[in-house]
Structures are given as C-alpha cells and as structure tokens.
Design a protein around this ligand. Sequence first.
Ligand code: SF4
Ligand code: FES
Length: 604
Amino acid sequence: MNGPLTDAVDLTLLEPVLARYHGRSRSALLPLLHEAQALYGWLPRDIQQAISRTLRVPLADVHGVVEFYTMFYNQPTARQVVRLCSDVACTLNGADDVATAVESKLGLKPGATSEDGRFTYERVPCLGMCEHAPNGLNGTRPAGNLTPAAVDAFLAGTHPEPEARLYGTTLLKLHRIGKIDPTSLKDYLAHDGYVGLRRAMGYTPEQIIQIMETSSILGRGGAMFPLGLKWKFTRAAPGHPAEKHVIANADESEPGTFKDRAVLEGDPYSLIEAMSLAAYVVGAANGWIFVRGEYPRAYQRLGHAVQRAQEEGYLGRNLFGRQGFHFDIEVRLGAGAYICGEETALFEAIEGKRGFPRIKPPFPTTHGLFQQPTVINNVETLIAALTVARVGVEEWLRFGTNESAGTKWFCLSGHVERPGLYELPFGVSIRELIAMGGGIRAGHEIQAVLIGGAAGVFVGPDKLDAALTYEDARLQAFPIGSGVVMVFDETADMRHVLYQLSHFFAHESCGKCFPCQIGTQRQMEILRRVAHSHTAQPGDRATLLDVGFTMTQTSLCGLGQTAASAITSAIKLWPELVAVQAVGAQGTQLPNRKHLRRNHKDSR
Ligand code: SF4
Ligand code: FES
C-alpha cells in the first residue's frame, strides 16, 4: 500500500487479524496494535475502535496506549519509517551530517511524511547500536556506520546490516556468537547448547539457588540485585507454576547500551535455555521476552528460535522427561518507550497498558506480572546464570575479584578506535579498556568518560585507573550500571552532550510523577539554552543541582532518580560548563572549549 495517504480505512484487511485475536485478553493489545499498524502504517480511529471491540478494552484505553508509545501512530505515516539516531554516540560520529543528507534527499524535516506516502522520517533516541555509530533503521532493516555518501544505499535498503562487534579476553558468555547460525537449533546444540540446563537439572532447585548465591551474580541491567536471592524469593512465593512467570528484560534502551543485542541476535537459543533454567528453579510455567521495538531483527530471530524450540520439544510440557516441568515463552515487542525497561512498567506493557511504573512494594517476586510471582532478569544476568550452570561455579569464580565475580559485558563507544562489546573479567581499569579499544584517535586527548550510561556519571582523566568492579565503583562514586563506557575527546562539545542527555530523559519521562515530569523538562530547558545560545544565567548551576537533588530524592522510579546523575556529575566536575562570564555589553558568555581543556589538564 504505497499510494498517497488518505483517511479512508478499509477494515477488511484487518478482519483476519482480528479473528485470530478474538477472545483474547487485554494483554494481547500491544501485539495486535503492531499487526494492525504493519498493515495500515498507522492506527486511525476506526482501527482503534475495532481493536477495542475485539479485546473488550475501552476505546479510551486503546487510544491512551497508542498515544503513550512513540512507535505507534495515530496520524498518517508511511508504512516504512526511516529512523536516524540523534543520540550522543551517533552525534559524536557524524550523525548530524547524515541527517542533513537524508533531509535533503527526501526533502523532509524530522517527523514528516513524504507526499507519496513512501517515507516517514524521524530522528530518534539511541537505537542500541552505538558501536556502529552513526546508525539508522529503515523500516525493520538496521544500518550502521552511515555517512552522507551512504544515504542512497540506506534509503534503498541495500546498505549492509551491521553485526555485533565483539571483543574481550574471556568470551565466557558470548562464546557462541559469530560461530553459529542463530537460526539453527542444530548448530546451537552442536556448540554446548542445553549443556548448562541439563547439568543444572541434576541438582534440586534449592541447590541451584545455593550455587547462584555462591557465584555472586548481581543484576547486570544496573540494579545489582543478587540473582540467587531473587530466585529464592520467587520460588518461595506461594503459587502454582501456571501462576508464576520468568521474564527476560530485553528492553535495553539507554544511550550507550547495546550489550544484550549481541545475544538476542546472535545466540537467541541461549536466552531460551537460560529462561528455562530460571523456570526450573523458581517453578514457573510462563516465560516472556520483552524486546525493545527498535530491535526488529532481534525480535524476528527470537520469535523464530522460540518457535523451533517449541517444535522440537525444548519448550512445552514435561520438558527433558521431567513430569510436571512445563515451560513456554512468548516474545513481546515494545513500541518505543525507555521506561518499559523499568520492571513494573514492563509488566504494565505486557498487560496491554501504558508503561507506568508501579509503586513498590509489593515487589515482583510476589506481585509481578498479572500480580503473580515473577522473576524478571536482564538478559546478561540470565546468561551469566546459564554460564555458571555450564562451566561450574569454581570456573566462574576464577574470573573477577572477590566482590565482583565472573565477567561483565562493557559497551565501549564514542571517540575510540574500536568501539564494541567487550566481555572482560571484573577488574580491568577504565584506561585498560580504552586501550583494548585501540585508544582514542591519534593526536587527541581524553576530555571525559561517561560510565554507566545516561543514568551514570562522568569521570575525568584523573579517574582512568579506577577498576571496573563493584567495589571500585562504590569507592569512586560511579555506577557500573549496564556497562557503558563512552569516551569523549577534547573535540566534544560537552554542553551539547549534557543537553542531549537531558533531552533523552525529558523525552522518556512517563509523566506519572511530578518531580520527574517537571524536573526533566526544567533540566532540558536550561541545558538547551546553555548548549544552543552559549548563555548561562546566574543561578543556572544552582537550579540544575537543586532540580537534580529533588528528582533524585522524590521521583517514583529509577528513571527520575537518575535523570540528573550524569549532568550533576559533569557540572560538579567542570563548573565552567554552566558558569557565567561577563563580557560587557554582549551580556554573558560561556568559557570556550580551550579553557575547558586547560582545566582538565590542571585537574590531573
Ligand atoms: S520517575 Fe519519571 S519515569 Fe518514573 S514514574 Fe515518575 S515520571 Fe514516570
Ligand atoms: S545508536 Fe546512536 S547513540 Fe546509540
């Protein structure tokens, strides 16, 4: 349907789809909206009404969901949306030039649809492929390392698709990626597939929990909650297996974070096996993978893997000859809302609602998805547990330090020669990681490093020898978070970087609570002015610190609690970023970058 867009909607296209969904509950809302939008390119009122009747969800609620998720449209768009990343790592690597080329080629500004209905063009937050920056998505086809010269191929859909770039000294958890065909269960089985789960099933669930506690795996999504404890609480929660859930949180959406994508696309069966292990331990029959909407390729590969596992008896009833061990998985596609990475917002999304975080307690271990006992783990956390099951806890403990056992995936991006995903034993320093990444570009020097992602903190060159461990992170007051290490050389305009981070949080705040809803806006307004007009007003710094403090202390969920973290860290380290300098009649002006460079050198 590539003709001009009109408001006329022929519902006959949708009827076979609706028939398949007939009788299902509200939790089918997101998948049904995705299917409807794939047919029409957008979700006009007539379609929302038909969906509302089919799932028996009030029309106002359907509309509320469509409004909430940025990848659902209630205005006409092309069926194929061209998205260009406008976030930090891509901007550092020339995303603005690529955008200019796309805009001139299409004759469109961001948010617009071409007259012929072929292209809708958007600039979007991080697409989770920062090691290939600058990046774009043409419909469901990802593209990396874009240049203005590559724009024709990108728009034609012929630009090569990027694969994950893996590095590291210890590929314990990434050992299969690139060596197997991710669509082949046979290949997976030939490369240690299901060795971990079969070994684990020689133990009781209680013994496995003990092994996980000894292995000291902390949540790798950033929250750092001990895995063993989470599994223990969920196992202990009352409920039949049919009333318990295992969820893989594959909604990584934070600028600079691209670690889970490698497994989702390159080794999807390992996630299924890891979730089956969790299900065996906690006694759950239902599995869910919630993958971000910007990972269409991962979604396809996961969907295929789940289907093959079902066909071959690796998912379903009485698994591995064990009576009563039933476990199946449904893959759910997000629709462009960073907040859905927050565990309770993710439950709401699967339940077919807007992704508003819930107040905790009660906690997911007893009141999770559908208010039932739920274990929800980040993808890397699940793979870490499976690795322990496969290699044994003694082998696992050979890596890392006393307090930080095993390996961690680090997402190295920004101004480095070899950006990519590095699996390393805990204990490598920031400087060593950057050196492994080929260092920064010749003739340049490090200005700042962002650790832990948009919700992390900036450190200066004086902190490069800090080790990437939980204990050193605590000591040096930076979070390991999801493993982001983004490097900025002296050419980066740090004011613009801060504005981009603030823009991200203002864009992604769900609006449920005031400190975050208003605070992220205020923060962005100030930093936009500072970045764009290079004018700081007296009081800007104090206001930013005050807004940051208020959000941190009073926001409902982790997004608001960390939305000021990186910004506050930067302006504490480098007050000149938002300092006012009197320059006579022209008003006020910020110090230039040369001044900032000198200041960094002085601070070493
Ligand atoms: S802190 Fe922000 S994202 Fe979290 S609930 Fe409040 S408004 Fe929503
Ligand atoms: S993909 Fe562009 S910043 Fe991550």
